[in-house]
Write a protein that binds this ligand. Structure first.
Ligand code: GBH
Length: 476
């Protein structure tokens, strides 16, 4: 059964994010975020018209969260810091001491329990005053993000050794281009998404360089980004379809990773070329993809100490100029294969082998960097007996083990999304990803371990996929 065993020293953790769990949206001088604004002013864009006003109430219940983490036996906890809880105006002119205290308490509680904090600086809850300046379409945000990062390193960097600057740049870009109910929900498709990613790459780089310059020598931590990386698979294996799928991989995954992780930096050549040509045909005299100066290419290139990957599913494509949303520009459209099981989320199909293919592609493209899987997970409707989730994890982890042990991919840790059910963005509370169930009708937000929580605690204890779960019957 050694095939089920993880390498020595392999790290396990679980993840959450501030807006999805904290609640206390305006307590103790916290500023308003773009998610507060969106859910309050435009409830119709959220599936169940809900908000994160209370969410899991982790602002009050963080000690309980840490008890759950302790029960699971995780090595680390990946959580995010709310920018407007620390800097209510978005700028560093006002630092909110109550916010600093909250995260100090959480970090200290984790460390007292032997759990390493892995901290995301930005998981989508932008201070509203910065949105009023144009949000991530405005390149000046790179200045403000650097200022915010300095406050975080200075206050928490003595104890936090693992940083993710920004979670899933592409999902942030969706809020500017795709009608998924993501804040700020200001849709400028074909333009907004490229401006947003451009500013985000520069912001990430500025935060990384700041650490390198002012903090690394004394604090000795590691900084990177957490990118959403789904696998893209062509529907037939013809050469043209493979070429189109490869272009889509470069324009999807490579869009964010190539500027940071490739040897040459900048956007992928095929992306610049393809979009440049397309924009010309559309009558633009300049590409909709902004360009970096030489200095900016070098500023961004190499700004990583490890690579954070969020992976959930595989996207099946065929060549077409009629693809939906961000796929239009990539020259592909997506289809769904009925033979793969669906999660509760319409975008999440269970395709375990795509995980192995993705990890191999990343290893090959970027010279096998050390990878931390920063998210992987499955949604249902909140069942306690969540066999389909356990089945998903077994299958995805088996593929991860093959990628590591048979293919030599350099993955050193793995993070479950999520510790507990929480506010699932545009889907509100209708889709659940937690190892722990949360009763959102209970003012105390009672948490209950699901079957998957038991599965993970056994897995972490034995450093292997527990054999007794392998025969479990599921509907997959
Ligand atoms: C992650 O987002 C987030 O980091 C986390 O906060 C969230 O709760 C979790 O995953 C579960 O959703 O047409 O295929 O591009 C992933 C969110 C899901 C956003 C897929 C974009 C688009 C569907 N992404 N979605 S697609």
């Amino acid at each position: 059964m050694s095939a089920l065993k993880f390498p020595d020293g392999f790290l396990f953790g679980v993840a959450t994010s501030s807006y999805q769990i904290e609640g206390a949206w305006k307590e103790d001088s916290k500023g308003e975020s773009i998610w507060d604004r969106l859910t309050h002013d435009r409830p119709e864009v959220i599936k169940d018209k809900s908000t994160g006003d209370v969410a899991c109430n982790s602002y009050r219940l963080y000690e309980e969260d840490v008890r759950m983490l302790k029960d699971l036996g995780v090595h680390f906890y990946r959580f995010s810091i709310s920018w407007p809880r620390i800097l209510p105006t978005g700028h560093d002119n006002v630092v909110n001491q109550a916010g600093i205290d909250y995260y100090n308490n959480l970090i200290n509680e984790l460390i007292a329990n032997g759990i390493q904090p892995v901290v995301t600086m930005y998981h989508w809850d932008l201070p509203q005053p910065l949105q009023d300046l144009g949000g991530w379409t405005n390149p000046v945000l790179a200045n403000y993000f650097e200022d915010y990062a300095r406050v975080l390193y200075a206050n928490f960097g003595d104890r936090v050794k693992w940083w993710n600057t920004i979670n899933e740049p592409k999902s942030i870009a969706i809020g500017y281009s795709v009608p998924f109910g993501f804040a700020p929900h200001i849709l400028t498709p074909g333009h907004g998404q490229y401006l947003v990613i451009h500013t985000i790459l520069l912001s990430h780089a500025r935060a990384y360089r700041l650490y390198e310059r002012e903090f690394k020598a004394t604090q000795g931590g590691k900084v990177s980004i957490a990118a959403s990386c789904q696998w893209i698979e062509p529907t037939t294996d013809s050469e043209e379809e493979e070429e189109a799928a490869e272009r889509a991989r470069q324009m999807h995954v490579g869009w964010v990773l190539h500027p940071i992780f490739s040897a040459t930096g900048d956007y992928p050549p095929v992306m610049k070329e393809w979009l440049g040509k397309k924009c010309k045909e559309e009558g633009y005299s300049r590409s909709r993809l902004p360009s970096f100066t030489k200095e900016e290419i070098e500023l961004v290139r190499g700004t990583w100490d490890y690579l954070g990957i969020n992976h959930y599913t595989t996207i099946f494509t065929y060549q077409s100029d009629k693809g939906e949303f961000i796929f239009t520009d990539m020259g592909v459209a997506r289809i769904r294969h009925d033979k793969y099981a669906m999660a509760a989320s319409g975008w999440l199909q269970v395709v375990p082998w795509g995980f192995r293919k993705l990890l191999n592609w990343i290893a090959k493209e970027y010279n096998n960097p050390p990878v931390l899987i920063t998210e992987n997970g499955f949604s249902d409707h909140g069942e306690i007996d969540d066999t389909n989730r356990v089945d998903y994890y077994i299958k995805y982890l088996c593929e991860l083990l093959k990628a590591v042990k048979e293919d030599g991919c350099n993955v050193f840790g793995y993070t479950v999304w999520s510790l507990m059910d929480n506010f699932e963005w545009g889907a509100g509370y209708t889709e659940r990803f937690g190892l722990f169930h949360v009763d959102f009708n209970d003012p105390d937000r009672k948490r209950t371990a699901k079957k998957s929580a038991e599965f993970f605690s056994k897995l972490i204890k034995s450093d292997a996929i527990p054999v007794e779960y392998l025969a479990v019957e599921t509907s997959h």
